[in-house]
Design a protein around this ligand. Structure first.
Ligand code: SF4
Ligand code: SF4
Ligand code: SF4
Length: 262
């Protein structure tokens, strides 16, 4: 069975769970946790931040941020490829075969680096102002507050604007442009992902270098050029979110998930 046979139900389950939680999801969003820690460090209230909202003796922040960090260190960006609700919405939009124009974005937005700069800006702003600045424009939070049919709240307007812009970006530039170049949480997972042992393994003996896998990758990973052609057995970590699409399309079954470094 293809990887997508497993991945799509998992994505659907997490999307449904996050919609059911609605406003409550904010309490368990790892990026809010990271921002709360940054805000607490900035305002010198780190002890109070960790004491707030305990679950059976554990600080909620410890569980949310610690659990997220541990998960990404072990499983890499499976978070992005299988769990994140906004990633799932973008995947679903891609399945609609939208007429993406594949234009080149402005130079500053090309490649993978802009999201790391945004992450630094939002963390820095959060430390200065003492509250989670990214949440004010977060598309996921805005979608859930709107989907929950809660009393109309003007606070969702910036987030919904970002949803609109990100969909527009997708139509103009690239099917996962938001994830590849913009998302600060994606940048955080990409940093943690660097040490993950859960990777896409390439069987050098079986691969015929047809490059079908590279063309299929939604994150434009150079699956072969940056692995076996550089003497590595695995696809580079960081930007790969383990969606498994490359594994599914390989005509020689040369790709697989594996807990291996290299
Ligand atoms: S990059 Fe951001 S929006 Fe995309 S899947 Fe990852 S966390 Fe979600
Ligand atoms: S699709 Fe398979 S055979 Fe073709 S280049 Fe990729 S890993 Fe090699
Ligand atoms: S390299 Fe493969 S698993 Fe990684 S993002 Fe690309 S298609 Fe998905």
């Amino acid at each position: 069975m293809s990887v997508q046979t497993y991945r799509r139900p998992v994505q659907a389950i997490f999307l449904i769970i996050s919609i059911i939680l609605l406003g409550g999801i904010a309490r368990y969003c790892p990026f809010i946790g990271v921002q709360q820690i940054a805000g607490a460090i900035g305002s010198g209230l780190i002890d109070e931040a960790f004491d707030a909202g305990t679950i059976r003796g554990f600080s909620r922040l410890t569980i949310v941020v610690g659990g997220f960090t541990l998960f990404v260190i072990v499983f890499g960006r499976v978070w992005c490829g299988w769990i994140c609700p906004f990633g799932t919405i973008l995947s679903a939009a891609n399945a609609l075969k939208l007429p993406v124009q594949e234009r080149s974005p402005p130079r500053i937005l090309q490649g993978y680096s802009f999201k790391y700069e945004l992450l630094a800006v939002f963390i820095g702003a959060t430390m200065i102002f003492g509250y989670p600045v990214f949440c004010q424009v977060c598309p996921v939070g805005a979608l859930y507050r709107t989907a929950g049919f809660q009393t109309f709240d003007l606070a969702v307007i910036p987030g919904l604007t970002v949803v609109f812009i990100s969909v527009l970006f997708v139509l103009i530039y690239h099917r996962r442009f938001w994830c590849k170049s913009i998302c600060p949480l994606g940048a955080l997972t990409a940093i943690l992902d660097k040490v993950s042992a859960f990777r896409v393994l390439v069987d050098e003996d079986t691969c015929i270098e047809c490059m079908v896998c590279q063309r299929e990758c939604p994150m434009d990973i150079l699956v072969i050029e940056d692995s076996i052609r550089r003497g590595h057995r695995t696809v580079p970590t960081g930007e790969c979110f383990r969606c498994g699409r490359c594994i599914d399309v390989c005509p020689k079954d040369a790709l697989s998930f594996s807990f291996k470094y290299g």
